[in-house]
Design a binder for this molecule. Structure first.
Ligand SMILES: [Zn+2]
Length: 470
């Protein structure tokens, strides 16, 4: 497991001038500038263009305050990294994680914060859980630099119907419930609205999106299969989590399948085979064009799909990450494991075929210009989808689907910040210093995102040991 090294050991300290040695005040000499951290001659990757240029970055009070093409030692700094042989890029974003599992798992969830930093992840998007007060407190502490961890943008509790699947969800079954739920999210100052589909009715689902839209709130979610994708887009949904819902909107039989779901003669999983069989390229392209025109993002979550689809074949018992998980946490893995093990041979085969279909669908969405978000779905209950490494798995899956490494990297923070309308992403003067330093070029091989030497969060340097490129 990766550990934090004493950061001072690699620091070069320039502030050693004693008062006695200081030259007498001269009107011609300006005092030297002082920085907290300087990365000299770094190979900086432009996430938009993929260009790599030599630059020196100067960081003070958590912010990039100066960028120069050359390096001249005409300043003082508390820490200095000679970065000429490493690659510097914005810290990674995991655009779909969960902090959850109730009181018993608060300490375990808290430990993940440092793990995210160890894996170069400086921002996560929490897609709903039952630990909102803790999540907001941790985020505040990260902001104040009293805690090591990523910035957490959170939906707070999910919105679902009565007796929802996930603990902590806000139940919505009437128009008043929608007002109450959205009021409470705004009172909590959450970053977006997360909709779930375990018991939420078709009407309430669409009405929530419409109401959120009028309040200028960002929406993201699953989609009840009683709804047609076009209806969700028209209502104003901003991001689709997982590909089932996109697949539904690509079927020549969507209306009939939706009616069968409403009638109760067909279930969610039961419809997948039909949806694949009735996938229509013309309809798919129309759907992709609508998603693009309406600026709807899609979060494919391919990595977790891969892990869950192959649970019956892959032995995870020796996974190194398991060492940092409490027994109470790994217990939450059991439900999905049992579900796969008890499934019929046909169901197991279908699940794998669906995963292969989603990989192709991801590339089609990308080719059609739909903005994708790299999200891992890491958190309790999501078996072997570990907080930290899973984001790297998701980026690798994007490349496996056919994106270039640069395009895959863009689905992390570049697209993530656009979706949540957060300013200040990227390497530019005035932006927060959230950076990752890699020893190998990720544009040559996406697996090099794991060659992490340092993560810089709010200007604070964290050195990462024991890197393994799988
Ligand atoms: Zn999720």
């Amino acid at each position: 497991m990766k550990t934090l090294r004493n950061i001072t050991s690699i620091a070069i300290i320039f502030l050693a001038i004693s008062c006695k040695d200081q030259p007498k005040e001269s009107p011609k000499e300006l005092p030297k500038e002082i920085f907290d951290l300087v990365l000299s001659n770094a190979q900086v990757i432009d996430i938009e263009s993929g260009a790599i240029t030599k630059q020196t970055l100067y960081i003070r009070k958590g912010v990039i305050v100066k960028i120069t093409p050359e390096f001249k030692k005409d300043f003082n700094t508390f820490k200095h990294i000679e970065a000429d042989r490493v690659y510097v890029l914005p810290g990674f974003w995991d655009n779909h994680v969960h902090f959850r599992g109730g009181e018993e798992l608060i300490a375990q969830n808290e430990k993940f914060l440092e793990e995210y930093i160890n894996y170069g992840i400086t921002t996560v998007r929490d897609a709903g859980g039952d630990l909102t007060p803790q999540v907001q407190q941790w985020n505040q502490e990260v902001y104040c630099c009293t805690r090591t961890g990523p910035t957490i943008y959170t939906s707070g509790p999910k919105l679902d119907g009565p007796n929802a699947r996930w603990a902590g969800s806000l139940p919505v079954s009437t128009a008043e419930d929608i007002t109450t739920a959205l009021d409470s999210l705004q009172a909590l100052d959450t970053d977006y609205v997360k909709l779930y589909d375990s018991t939420l009715s078709r009407k309430q689902y669409l009405d929530i999106i419409t109401a959120a839209e009028t309040r200028d709130m960002i929406t993201s979610g699953h989609m009840p299969f009683t709804v047609e994708l076009q209806e969700a887009i028209d209502a104003g949904l901003d991001n689709i989590e997982h590909l089932y819902y996109v697949l539904k909107g690509c079927s020549s039989n969507e209306k009939e399948i939706t009616q069968q779901i409403i009638d109760g003669t067909l279930g969610f999983w039961g419809s997948m085979e039909q949806l694949i069989a009735t996938y229509d390229e013309t309809i798919a392209q129309q759907t992709f064009a609508r998603l693009k025109a309406n600026n709807v993002f899609v979060t494919p979550t391919l990595h977790i799909g891969d892990v869950l689809s192959y649970l019956d074949e892959v032995d995870h018992s020796q996974d190194a990450y398991l060492k940092c998980l409490e027994v109470a946490f790994t217990k939450t893995y059991e439900g999905r494991i049992k579900g796969v093990m008890n499934a019929s041979a046909k169901a197991k085969k279908d699940r794998k075929e669906l995963q292969q279909f989603f990989i192709i669908l991801t590339k089609s969405l990308h080719d059609a210009g739909v903005s994708l978000l790299a999200g891992s779905d890491a958190g309790a209950y999501n078996s072997y989808t570990y907080p930290g490494p899973s984001l790297h798995g998701e980026l690798a899956q994007m490349v496996e689907a056919g994106l270039t490494p640069l395009q895959a990297l863009q689905t992390s923070g570049y697209n993530g910040s656009k979706f949540l309308k957060k300013k200040g992403y990227g390497i530019a003067v005035g932006n927060r210093a959230d950076l990752v330093i890699l020893s190998k070029n990720p544009l040559e091989d996406i697996r090099n995102t794991q060659s992490i030497r340092h993560t810089i969060k709010n200007g604070n340097l964290h050195t990462v040991d024991d890197n393994q490129v799988e």
